[in-house]
Design a protein. Structure first.
Lengths: 65, 452
């Protein structure tokens, strides 16, 4: 089986959570930079997934048939 | 017995064939209540000219082709042929009967699904944010399938989709079996897919009723992934469409729906990204302003504090100087006191001592005087004794002093025979020569004194 898959929904939920924390002003400047870094990583991963090459996705289907 | 020219008959088509000449041969049955066992059966014929007319009339009215499985109400004439036997020649059809039958059947399926509480189960599933891995159930040759694939893969934003086709009959009596086994196959690899689409092409309105099927609908409701259908047509929805997560009219519309969902997701991400960026910038800006404001406020405050401290310090210094002065002043007094006290103490000590010395002196003088006077008395006595004892006085009293070579002799041992000795008297001296010497002489004789 494929290794632990990147979960898009979890990533989105995490980004939303970070955004909420920033909106609520729950973060101090130190935490802010860590969280923003994390969010940008997740966003990058999400966007990569939307346009990942077909080969990458096809790899997932090798087990089938 | 004379028979009427025609009858209106209700029957189900169990078989339908067109021959080369365009005549239509049917088998008509009446089923028992179990819908399986046949209670009556008859052959039916629609002659080619009539068939052309009735066929299009029926299709236009019902949206269905004449096919096996349909219930129909037809006007028949009974004919007997020596070779082919008894048959019912169909001359007219009432499509509204079939429509009613079909509607009734659909409604019963819907009612049953609702009663079982499964009708909206697939709709209640969570739609994937990224509907990227798609299990397609369709027929490979169907125009709709290639439309779907082309449309999906040529999407403008450039999203990547993966599709995996599982083939099934999309019309005819094999539809139920085909769809169900395709769903079964997908369900063995659920983790590979985000959703299922069931599509078929090209507006064949007539075959929609194959999806008014309880088993297909039930399978869709129970399927753990969202099912999207693209089998419908403009006018109507099949039961399968009704229970699916989403029903769209064409395969192309399904592809658009998936692309739109990806776009929505991406926009959501981009919006969040922008918002995070802006908010972060704002927070950093606010913090910078706070620092600036603090800095501005801090300087005068610091100056004020420093000047405060300076004043306090000056006060302290003054205080310390004063205290010091006072202290040293007090100390001066104390010292003077001490000095004078010491001085008088020493003075009184010295005077005390002087008195004592004076007393001792006086005592000493007294004692010495006394001692001297006493000693002088004693001396006088001693003088008298001494006077008595002087050699002259001794000579006068008759004693003589004998000397040899100027040395006074105290005993006879010092003398030898023929020594010249001088004997002194008070009035002169006599020189003598020793003639005889008595060696052992009595002690008494030696120290014999003339008085005794």
């Amino acid at each position: 089986m494929a290794k632990k898959e990147f979960s898009f929904n979890e990533a989105i939920a995490e980004i939303e959570n970070i955004l909420r924390n920033i909106e609520n002003g729950d973060l101090d400047v130190d935490t802010l930079s860590v969280e923003v870094k994390r969010a940008s990583e997740l966003i990058k991963q999400c966007q990569k997934k939307l346009r990942s090459t077909e080969e990458e996705i096809n790899g997932i289907f090798k087990d089938m048939d | 017995m004379a028979l009427p020219d025609f009858y209106w008959v209700v029957a189900e088509i169990s078989e339908l064939k067109e021959n080369y000449a365009g005549h239509c041969y049917l088998e008509l049955v009446e089923k028992q209540a179990d819908e399986v066992n046949v209670s009556a059966r008859a052959k039916g014929i629609i002659w080619n000219k009539r068939y052309l007319f009735l066929k299009s009339f029926f299709e236009n009215s019902t949206g269905e082709t004449l096919r096996e499985g349909l219930k129909i109400l037809v006007k028949v004439k009974i004919e007997y042929h020596e070779i082919y036997g008894l048959s019912l020649v169909i001359t007219d059809i009432d499509p509204s009967f079939t429509v009613g039958e079909m509607t009734l059947k659909r409604q019963m399926i819907i009612k049953r699904l609702e009663e079982e509480g499964v009708f909206s189960m697939n709709k209640e599933l969570c739609f994937p944010a990224v509907p990227q891995r798609i299990a397609v159930i369709s027929s490979k040759n169907a125009a709709g399938y290639s439309d779907f694939i082309n449309h999906l893969k040529g999407n403008l934003p450039g999203y990547v989709f993966h599709t995996s086709l599982t083939e099934s009959a999309m019309q005819g009596s094999e539809t139920e079996k085909g769809i169900i086994s395709a769903l079964d196959k997908v369900s063995t690899n659920l983790n590979l897919f985000d959703l299922v689409v069931i599509i078929r092409g090209g507006g064949s309105q007539s075959d929609l009723s194959w999806f008014d099927n309880y088993n297909i609908a039930y399978y869709i409701t129970q399927f753990p992934l969202p099912v999207i259908t693209g089998i419908g047509h403009d006018k109507d929805m099949s039961v399968a469409d009704m229970v699916a997560y989403k029903a769209l009219k064409t395969p192309t519309a399904v592809a658009d729906f998936l692309i739109d969902n990806m776009t929505i997701t991406e926009n959501h991400i981009v919006e969040m990204s922008v918002e995070i960026k802006e908010l972060s910038r704002k927070i950093i800006e606010e913090n910078r302003n706070r620092i600036e404001a603090s800095k501005t406020a801090l300087l005068p405050l610091a100056r004020l504090m420093i000047s405060d401290q300076k004043n306090t310090l000056t006060e302290k210094i003054t205080e310390i100087v004063n205290v010091g002065k006072e202290y040293s002043f007090k100390s001066g007094i104390t010292m003077a006191n001490q000095k004078s006290r010491l001085y008088s103490a020493v003075k009184s000590f010295i005077s005390d001592k002087n008195t004592i010395i004076q007393k001792v002196r006086l005592g000493l003088i007294d004692n010495t005087t006394d001692l001297l006077s006493r000693n002088s008395i004693r001396l006088e006595g001693s003088e008298k004794t001494l006077t008595i004892l002087s050699p002259e006085n001794v000579l006068r009293r008759g004693y003589t002093i004998t000397s040899l070579n100027g040395k006074i002799l105290k005993n006879s041992e010092e003398l030898s025979i023929n020594d010249h000795i001088v004997t002194r008297f008070i009035d002169g001296s006599v020189d003598s020569t020793v003639i005889e010497k008595k060696v052992r002489i009595d002690e008494k004789e030696t120290i014999r004194q003339p008085d005794k």
